[in-house]
Design a protein around this ligand. Structure first.
Ligand code: NAD
Length: 352
């Protein structure tokens, strides 16, 4: 079957804008038609890579052959560009975090509705293998009933680049990496959030958070610790997941880690006391090998559709968008609540 090809113009040809070019290479239904960036040097780079460049955003929007506008600029200008592009009749893909506030996001969604164009956010980490396998382990109840999870990313290199260190551009790690981890968290359970506690860290002395720790409780009893750090010379595992029948650890994006569960075929074996420091303990002894099963972390099956394939089929009305605007809005409300909990040093009880 012949598929129509959708022409995509990239606004902001920095790290992520140029990465989208690579992503689109393997997508049969999208083609990069051109690039616009406010910095001349970035336009020179785009031209050197063989892309047509536009002299202004208005020139992009006036080009009738542009079907989709892809926004990969710093966060503070996403809203303005998105609204202009939608009003010019373009479909829009926007990088995360889509906006700095949830109400700005709703303004965009309103315009998208009025213009009958598809607006979607590139929450690409929904396609990450580590997240997909963590969700599969939880959904299949490999660990029994899930009651606690920890999801973190940690580096030792501080906040990269320039604008990410500045508040006015929507910098800081809660908006940068937090938006991915929180988006993933909210896909893991159907339960509503009951309360949120959080601290932001300012170890590097910049005006924005260089990391955060948040403790989120859900109405069904699930608790979640979500953490981002940029000052961690030794990092903790990417995922730590506890269920009533076992525990899983996924150490890194390479899927190193293991699952240990109770062996249903073996009656409980009393642990033997172990030497622990200056004392003996049975409580903290590891489970006996006979009474547990150790399973590997396996690579998940490929996703049914890529982000782009899904976006195009959603334009054509043959699929629902994987990244739904209501989900994006809920994550932004959660981010606002984390900022509030950290600023007020209190536990915020709110149904989200
Ligand atoms: P970057 O600084 O490398 O690139 C941003 C580019 O936008 C620069 O070339 C800059 O000149 C240009 N720009 C700034 N204002 C502009 C405007 N008004 N019009 C046109 N161009 C403009 O930043 P980046 O790391 O590429 O991040 C860009 C966006 O992508 C951010 O929203 C970021 O959060 C997101 N991002 C997403 C992922 C992901 O995995 N989804 C990864 C990295 C970045």
């Amino acid at each position: 079957m012949d598929h129509r090809i959708y022409n995509v113009a990239i606004i902001g040809y920095g790290g992520m804008g140029s990465y989208h070019v690579k992503l689109m290479e393997s997508e049969p239904q999208v083609a990069v038609i051109g690039v616009y960036d406010i910095v001349e040097y970035r336009m020179d780079l785009a031209e050197a890579s063989g892309h047509k460049t536009y002299p202004s955003l208005e020139a992009v929007l006036a080009d009738e052959s542009v079907d989709v506008v892809l926004i990969a600029t710093p966060n503070d200008v996403h809203k303005e560009i998105a609204i202009k592009a939608l009003q010019a009749g373009k479909h829009v893909i926007c990088e995360k975090p889509v906006t700095i506030t949830s109400s700005d996001f709703m303004d965009i969604v309103e315009v998208a509705k009025q213009e009958n164009r598809l607006f979607s956010v590139h929450q690409n980490r929904r396609w990450d293998d580590d997240f997909r396998i963590a969700k599969e382990i939880i959904d299949k109840k490999t660990l029994g009933e899930l009651f606690h999870l920890e999801s973190r990313v940690q580096g030792a290199n501080g906040i990269p680049g320039d604008w990410r260190q500045l508040k006015a551009y929507g910098g800081g790690m809660l908006l940068d990496w937090g938006v991915h981890l929180l988006d993933q968290l909210l896909l893991i359970t159907d339960s509503q959030i009951e309360s949120v506690a959080a601290t932001l860290s300012y170890i590097l002395g910049t005006e924005v958070d260089d990391g955060f720790t948040s403790y989120i409780t859900f109405k069904d009893g699930l608790t979640a610790l979500i953490e981002v750090g940029t000052t961690n010379y030794v990092k903790l595992p990417r995922w730590y997941i506890k269920g009533t029948e076992g525990t899983a650890v996924i150490r890194d994006w390479d899927l190193s880690g293991e699952i240990i569960t109770r062996n249903p075929d073996v009656a409980h074996v009393e642990p033997k006391p172990i030497q622990a420091g200056q004392g003996l303990t049975k409580t903290m002894a590891p489970p006996s090998e006979e009474s547990t099963l150790t399973l590997p972390i396996e690579k998940p099956a490929p996703a049914a559709q890529s982000f782009y394939a899904n976006y195009i089929s959603a334009i054509e009305g043959t699929s629902e968008p994987v990244v739904k605007n209501e989900e994006v809005h809920r994550v932004l409300v959660l981010i606002e609540t984390i900022f509030e909990a950290a600023a007020t040093k209190s536990v915020i009880h709110r149904s989200i």
